[in-house]
Each structure stands twice: as C-alpha cells, then as structure tokens.
Design a protein around this ligand. Structure first.
Ligand code: FAD
Ligand code: NAD
Length: 403
C-alpha cells in the first residue's frame, strides 16, 4: 500500500513545530513527509523589530532548516504559488504537489486596510528581508542627510504606524539604536524625530493599563513622541497624513514610514477553496479546516475564537507552536484511526520588549517591568529555539546570557 503524503507549507513557528513533532512521531515507512518553504532558512519573526532597528544582524535571527529536520523529511525550497483543496493540488515554483494530509502554515502579511499609499510608500517588519530593508533605509536616510548641502531634517523623522506590540517593540529598539547611529553618522541627536501614530485612544490597546503607562513613559525617555487617537489615513513618498479631532488632518513629513498596524493571513488562503476572513480560516477544534478533513491550518492563517471572552486569540508565535504540536499528533491519530485531540490554548502570558534591557509583561499571574521583564523575554525567545532545535540550536542562536 502506498504511504500517505503529509505536505507542510511554510517553515515558520507553526509549520516547523509541526515538522519537528511529525518527524518524532512518524517514521519513513509510515508516511512521506514533505516540507515546502520559500527559503532554506527559518527566521525568528519575533526578533524582526531588532533586525529592523539594526540592534541585531539579520543572520542572528535565522538558521538553516536543515539543522532541525532529519531524514524522515523531504525539504523542498520553493515558493508556493497556489493551493486548491478541492483538487488536492499545490502549485509551487518547484512543481506541483498532491497530498493525503495538508498543513498550511504560510504565516501573515501586513494589513493595510486599503489606506492609500501605504503599500507603495511604507516599509514593514514582515519577514527578514523587509526588516533588513527598514534598517538599511534608515541608515541611507542618515547617510544622505549628512551629504546634503541644504538639509531637510524630515529625512531623519521616523514614523511608526500602529502602537500594538510590533510598533512598540520596534520603537524600543530604535531608542537604543538611534544614539549609536547619530554617533556613527555625526548627526546631532536632537535632529532625529521618532513618532508613534496610533488610531486607538491608547497605545497597546487591551493590555494592562499600568504596564502600558510604564511602556509609554520609558519610550518617551528614549525620545519617542506619541500621536494617539489619530489614524494614518494616507501615505505618500513625503510622509503620512493623520486624522485629528473633528476630521481635521495633518501631514507629517518623514524620511521613513514603518507600517506596523495589523496583520492578516497569507493571501494564498483566499484562493485555496476554503472560506476565510482576512485570509484567516476559522478552524475546527482539532485544527482542521471546515469541510476538509485532510487539511490543517496552523499559526497566523488560522482563526480561533476564545469562547470565554468571545474575542479571537491574537495571532502569536506562542499559539502557532502549540498548534503545530497538536496538529502533528492529530495526523498520527487519523493515520491510526483514532479520535483527534481538541486544541486547548495554554496562555503563558505576554512580554513586550522596550529595547535591549527593558520590557513589560504578564506571566505566572504577575506583572513584570524593566530588567526582569527583559530577562523573561529572552527566556521566551530561547524557549522557542529550544522547542524546535533543542539545546544545540539554543546555545548557537540563543540570547542565553540571561538564562
Ligand atoms: P511565520 O512565522 O510568518 O512563518 C511563515 C513561513 O511561511 C515563513 O517561513 C515564510 O517564509 C513562509 N512562506 C510564506 N509565504 C510562502 C510562500 N508563498 N511559499 C513558501 N513559503 C512561504 N508572537 C509571540 O508569541 N511572541 C512574540 O514575542 C512576538 N513578537 C513579534 C515581533 C514582531 C516584530 C512580529 C512582526 C510578530 C511577533 N509575534 C510574536 C507574532 C508572531 O511572530 C507570529 O504570530 C508568528 O510568526 C506566526 O507564525 P506562523 O508560523 O503562522 O508564520
Ligand atoms: P496589532 O493588530 O496587535 O496592533 C496594530 C495597532 O495598529 C493597533 O493598536 C491598532 O489600533 C493600530 N492601527 C490600526 N490602524 C491604524 C491606523 N490607520 N493608524 C494608526 N494606527 C492604526 O498588530 P501587531 O502589533 O503587528 O501585532 C500582530 C500580532 O503579533 C498580535 O497578535 C501581537 O500580539 C503579536 N505580537 C506579539 C509580540 C509579543 O508578544 N512580544 C510582539 C509583536 C507582535
């Protein structure tokens, strides 16, 4: 009898956790396991704010996938171009694949809500290359300002759209990096403007208000200005337009605009044949797609409602990794004609970094700020490495000086 084929798309937190668990549970005689990812490396999406600000190098935030998979897995480096769950065909730049079990873990894209000019003019922290582009763009603006005979200080203005976790973490890193850059480029630091624009009435909407106050105060000390309750409504090559009270607008000239105001699932989801909303699929309780018993969705492409609060769980690496582990088990269960397990999210809390030595967080029923919170964040980052690649990978790539 032919071995079933398990096809996993994407080697982010969700896809790679599925793979490392599958390779432990299922041997080559039982199934063919294929992983398709567009790069030969995995990147730590949760470190992209550091890559973008230039406080760590892009290489620090990635590792070869070959280091964490074994001979049970066939790894194909290819771009997924189309998924059709009705014909069970996946088209990629390396050819067409079919499957008995499909796991879609293609991650997120920035959500621009149709705001004019954002796609063309704003940068983002979506993957390792967009983060590298942010870093290099800021450095280019600094380098050209110093060469300009007639100086336009707006070149040194960095606008961050969105004060969710991504925007705040990026601003925290910039707070560390800007003084270094100013020294490197001989630029007086008072010429640099860091502006955070948030649509909601508060930064980090929904997070603990005491911790939010702490974060805002710490970032202010690093020179960050806040424009709160003022959505960005347009971006141009010159900067952004924000909406103020009573419908008035203001244009802010800026050399760099980074859009960090929300995410949606990978666009390929929308043509896959499965019902979705903002490219996220409302999964069943065992992580399978509605109506398709052979298709699992993991990570930011999955939508799960928290029955207690009636609100969706936020798309995070934490939940993606937990889902990956359960999906691997459920594939094994189905192959053994056993009932599948229900996914139950174990919320371990949230930590938002505010730069290299500062953070805020909630965990173990407590609130953390400052160095203890920052140490906790590094432990969380290292734990993700450990769960995928064990001690070896953690020692090689980890932020272990704090553990
Ligand atoms: P991803 O990690 O995005 O991986 C998707 C994979 O699919 C990538 O390897 C990509 O290359 C690949 N891929 C995409 N398209 C294709 C294609 N067409 N063909 C082939 N391969 C493709 N969450 C936390 O829990 N804690 C944090 O501290 C945290 N910090 C964050 C910091 C930042 C700056 C950002 C942006 C997000 C952060 N998050 C954090 C959220 C977290 O990173 C995401 O929820 C998580 O990455 C989702 O995992 P995923 O596996 O669904 O997708
Ligand atoms: P988000 O959706 O959490 O936050 C986006 C912010 O942008 C919101 O505050 C929103 O009000 C604001 N916004 C929306 N439209 C706007 C506009 N037109 N102008 C100005 N502001 C606007 O997105 P995110 O911060 O990218 O986070 C995405 C996911 O990743 C979340 O689930 C988050 O929890 C997770 N994440 C976690 C961490 C961490 O745990 N340390 C870090 C980064 C991201």
């Amino acid at each position: 009898m032919k071995r079933p084929t398990i096809l996993v798309l994407g080697a982010g937190y969700g896809g790679l956790t599925t793979i490392v668990n599958l390779q432990k549970l299922i041997n080559t005689h039982e199934a063919e396991i294929i992983l398709v990812n567009k790069n030969d490396y995995h990147y730590e999406t949760t470190w992209l704010h550091e890559v973008g600000a230039g406080t760590i190098s892009p290489d620090k935030a990635r590792y070869p996938i070959s280091k964490v998979i074994n001979d049970n897995v066939t790894f194909v480096i290819a771009n997924v171009e189309n998924i059709d769950v009705n014909t069970k065909k996946v088209e990629t730049s390396a050819g067409e694949f079919t499957y008995d079990y499909l796991v879609i873990g293609l991650g997120f894209e920035g959500e621009t809500f149709g705001i004019p000019g954002l796609k063309e003019h704003a940068l983002s922290l979506t993957n390792i290359n967009t983060a590298r582009q942010v870093r290099e763009h800021i450095e280019y603006q600094f380098a050209s300002w110093i060469l300009d005979e007639v100086k336009d200080d707006s070149k040194l203005t960095i606008v961050v759209g969105g004060a969710g976790f991504t925007g705040i973490e990026f601003l925290g890193e910039l707070g560390n990096r800007i003084p270094e850059l100013c020294r490197e480029f001989d630029i007086p630091q008072e010429k640099v403007r860091l502006l955070c624009v948030e649509a909601a009435p508060t930064v980090l909407p929904g997070f603990d208000p005491e911790l939010v106050d702490y974060a805002q105060e710490q970032l202010r000390k690093k020179g960050v200005e806040f424009s709160i309750g003022t959505p960005i409504v347009e971006a141009t090559a010159e900067g952004v337009k924000i909406k103020k009270d009573e419908g008035n607008t203001e244009f802010i000239k800026a050399g760099t605009v980074v859009w960090a105001a929300g995410v949606r699932g990978n666009a390929l989801i929308e043509s896959s044949g499965i019902k979705s909303n903002r490219a996220r699929i409302a999964v069943r309780e065992d992580m399978r797609a509605p109506g398709f018993d052979d298709v699992f969705i993991v990570g930011d492409c999955a939508f799960l409602l928290n029955e207690e609060t009636g609100r969706p769980y936020p798309p995070t690496a934490q939940i993606a990794m937990q889902q990956g582990a359960i999906i691997a088990k459920n594939i094994k269960h189905i192959m053994n004609d056993e009932p599948t397990e229900v996914f139950v999210y174990d919320d371990k809390g949230a930590v938002c970094s505010l730069g290299q030595e500062d953070a805020i967080g909630t965990a173990f029923g407590r609130k953390f700020t400052g160095k203890p919170a920052s140490a906790l964040k590094k432990v969380v980052d290292d734990r993700a490495l450990y769960l995928v690649g064990g001690v070896g990978l953690t020692l090689k790539k980890g932020k272990f000086k704090f553990i």
